[in-house]
Design a binder for this molecule. Sequence first.
Ligand code: HEM
Length: 182
Amino acid sequence: MLKNSLTHYGLVSVLLHWLIALVVFGLFALGFWMVDLSYYSEWYRTAPYWHKSIGILLALAMILRLCWRVVSPPPKPLVTHKHWERRVSAAMHLCLYFGIAVLVIRGYLISTEDGRAIAVFNWFEVPSFGALFVDQADIAGLVHEYMAYSLILLATLHGLAALKHHFIDKDHTLKRMFGKKP
Ligand code: HEM
């Protein structure tokens, strides 16, 4: 039930997948909105505080997800998936993992350049290593922004592919990501 099998996703992978998907789209929306807030907005400090706190929790969830992949590898691709579909989908999953890792690391580098730690909901703090290279916040900020747009584009394509499997091919791909057994 908790673990994946050769043919189905267990509860842990399913919950982590949908939670992380929700958080990625939510953080994008929050980030998109907060960059235009004026200094006089009541959200001026709160929104970045939430964005950073949730971003660090996302990093922890990704580490958990990667560890879980080792403990409980994902099921085999469906036999109905063509060879090229398997390769594209594996490459896409890799890009999604990589994109989230780059986003989180760049987000950390933006916030910690001034030497201040990141407070995660006042539960704990992630220490700062200060400025590690010249123009750190500016460079990291630019990469963070472009990576965020790229990740949302990739995640949307990935979601559309899942919907195509469900509504056009009428196979088990999407149902499987909700924990359904074949
Ligand atoms: C930011 C959003 C998302 C991310 C980062 C993401 C990431 C991933 C990753 C890494 C996998 C590979 C399996 C694993 O490692 O657990 C996967 C599988 C899958 N995802 Fe997503 N996903 C996102 C959004 C979505 C959305 C919106 C949908 C559907 C509308 C979706 C449907 C699926 C399905 C059906 C699979 C299983 C594919 C298979 O078994 O071959 N995902 N996703």
